[in-house]
Write a new protein. Structure first.
Length: 326
């Protein structure tokens, strides 16, 4: 049994296809077949059978898939740690969902990198739906923002992740002071607002978020105009062009000044949580655990919700780097 064989099998098990695994690895399909044949012979188990244009794992194959993923992930982590051993603190690879990256990650990571000597982090914005698999594949050390979701038919507890809530947020429906809705009083049903333009950031209103679940519970699905950022969406709302489910701590000052008005919609404000998620503590890194713990401290919370509006991740002289989309 070799690491190369296990890497090939782990990919075949995840993708459900020898052809797809070959394309991902950049090798021929016969090369994938040869690696799997050697592994099957060594273990004395067929591992998988052909089914419906793809494969179906045997019980032995399912058992091996879990081990293979862990072994390959640990090997990649060891290789990375050795290559970066000259930096005692290491570089932390972070996946973040878009709203958290825009509104809070810069503040949190600024404080964290100042508290941890030599700490440096790379942040990439990823879809909430991909966080679980990306952590399991060790593409990232930690995910910040939305809680990772389990694939259909699985439970979050089966993912082998440690998910810790660290910041409670609220989203309220807001409109500009000059918008016709701003003059209305009394409870409003969200269904009466569906003919109005709704604005949001680049990911819209995600079904897995608390605000997405709230809309689903109301039986409504507004057409949302997605802009390049929630800051841009809020500017459109401020100009009277529509309404938005805005983060309460971001618009607090404008609500107090009267530049924005909170619409008294039944069921709002909607409360949600942002999470720090890692592999379980037997398999994650010390730096990831340190950030996960720090995110829940009073100092971190104060930094993330401090007045002054959103502050993204791009800041001259900071110790972290961000790619907005992977």
């Amino acid at each position: 049994m070799t690491l190369s064989q296990l890497r090939t099998f782990a990919l075949v098990a995840r993708l459900g296809s020898l052809h797809a695994a070959a394309e991902s690895l950049g090798v021929s399909e016969p090369a994938v077949s040869a690696a799997l044949a050697a592994l099957r012979l060594d273990l004395g188990d067929p591992l998988f059978v052909r089914a419906g244009g793809g494969i179906a794992l045997t019980p032995g194959g399912r058992a091996l898939a879990d081990y293979a993923q862990d072994i390959v992930g640990l090997a990649d982590q060891a290789r990375w740690q050795v290559a970066n051993a000259k930096n005692d603190a290491g570089r932390l690879k972070i996946a973040s969902t878009a709203p958290f990256a825009e509104h809070a990650a810069g503040r949190l990571l600024d404080v964290f990198t100042k508290r941890v000597p030599g700490a440096a982090v790379d942040v990439v914005v990823e879809s909430a739906a991909d966080l679980a698999s990306l952590l399991q594949e060790r593409a990232y050390d930690i995910a910040l923002g939305a809680r990772p979701t389990a694939p259909a038919g699985s439970a979050v507890t089966e993912l082998g992740l440690e998910c810790v809530p660290f910041l409670r947020y609220q989203r309220a429906l807001v409109a500009g002071a000059g918008h016709p809705l701003a003059r209305l009083h009394g409870p409003m049903a969200v269904a009466t607002l569906l003919d109005r333009p709704w604005f949001a950031g680049p990911v819209g209103i995600q079904t897995g978020s608390e605000e997405g679940r709230w809309l689903a519970s109301m039986g409504v699905a507004p057409e949302v105009i997605r802009l390049s950022s929630e800051t841009e969406a809020l500017a459109a709302v401020r100009a009277g062009e529509g309404i938005m489910l805005a983060l309460g701590h971001i618009v607090r000052t404008e609500l107090h000044s009267g530049a924005l008005v909170r619409l008294p919609v039944v069921g709002t404000p909607v409360t949600g949580l942002w999470w720090a998620s890692t592999l379980d503590h037997r398999r994650t890194t010390t730096m990831a655990q340190a950030l996960q713990h720090f995110a829940g401290t009073a100092d971190a919370t104060a930094a993330m919700v401090a007045p002054g509006g959103s502050r993204g991740l791009e800041r001259r002289g900071s110790k972290f780097h961000v790619a907005l989309w992977s």
